[in-house]
Design a protein around this ligand. Structure first.
Ligand SMILES: [Zn+2]
Ligand SMILES: [Zn+2]
Length: 299
């Protein structure tokens, strides 16, 4: 985050916002700047990638599902927009520690003895570590003492859209993002790789809410994708994972997605539409076909 803060200081805050007498390394200045940068970045990442996904990946026929709520997309967006500033407060405190040099983030490849090899290993270990921690945090949030207070708002959406990806109670959102912040305090990680991974996890979170249930056959047993996470929204006690199915398998909560077995929400909508079509005659059937004509994705 110090790379982002330095760039923001250089191009924006120092020349246009703060008085020249306010040093860049003052802790109050850094806190205010980080709050602005974090919120600006979070909104931009969310709207840019969720909108792209909504228009180019998300299967809009899912909106015909009976469990899809009235005005759901608007409600998901409003929920996310209202949560993000609250999530940013504890997040900025961690960014502040990082900026002030308490993390194990490093700059140059040469700084670390094994250079490029460490860089690749750190990406894999970041994914493994955060996947494991998110699994247990997410599972903990389903405990009856926590669920209704913290995690229930994210389960309002039974058939989520990409805009549900950040629609959390602020504490839920922060707790589930905590592993991303803990990692660089425990393990050495390149600063640019960290930024790249931060963008990646945001895109991944959007992608598991996009209703695109296609996964390459060879990866189906390993990857926790949209098919798994949609089942999590529908059936609660299964598929808590983030990227991989590993911890669900270890923790006994793995469920083969209904979409892979031909009983998922897309199949439901398709059957519903066909029945509607069959129950009508002539013109009605024609109308039904135009609305069901986009069921091209493999469930
Ligand atoms: Zn959940
Ligand atoms: Zn979700």
């Amino acid at each position: 985050m110090d790379l982002v803060l330095s760039a923001a200081d250089y191009y924006f805050f120092t020349p246009y916002v703060y008085p020249a007498t306010w040093p860049e390394d003052d802790i109050f200045r850094q806190t205010i700047s980080l709050l602005i940068v974090t919120n600006f970045g979070a909104y931009n990442l969310y709207f840019f990638f969720a909108t792209l996904n909504y228009y180019f990946v998300y299967d809009h026929s899912l909106m015909k599902h009976p469990q899809f709520l009235k005005n759901q997309v608007y409600r998901e967006i409003m929920h996310s927009v209202q949560s993000m500033p609250w999530i940013s407060i504890p997040t900025v405190l961690l960014f502040l520690l990082e900026v002030r040099g308490y993390s194990k983030l490093y700059d140059g490849i040469g700084e670390f003895p094994s250079g490029w090899i460490h860089l690749i290993v750190s990406v894999l270990s970041f994914l493994f570590f955060t996947d494991m921690m998110i699994y247990w945090i997410h599972r903990g949030l389903h405990h009856r003492l926590l669920y209704k207070h913290l995690h229930k708002p994210h389960h309002i959406w039974k058939i989520p859209t990409p805009f549900a990806s950040h629609a959390f109670h602020p504490m839920d959102g922060f707790l589930q993002s905590l592993p991303y912040h803990i990692y660089p305090f425990v393990f050495p990680l390149h600063k640019v790789v960290y930024l790249g991974l931060y963008i990646f996890v945001n895109v991944w979170t959007i992608s598991i809410h996009d209703g695109d249930f296609r996964v390459p056959e060879i990866l189906k047993p390993i990857i926790n994708g949209s098919a798994h996470h949609t089942d999590h929204h529908m059936f609660f006690d299964y598929n808590y994972g983030q990227y991989f199915t590993l911890w669900d398998r270890i923790g006994g909560s793995f469920k083969n997605p209904s979409s892979f077995e031909g009983t998922g929400p897309l199949t439901y909508v398709k059957k519903m539409t066909e029945e509607e079509c069959n129950s009508r005659a002539g013109n009605g059937c024609k109308n039904g076909k135009s609305f069901s004509g986009d069921f091209t994705k493999t469930e």
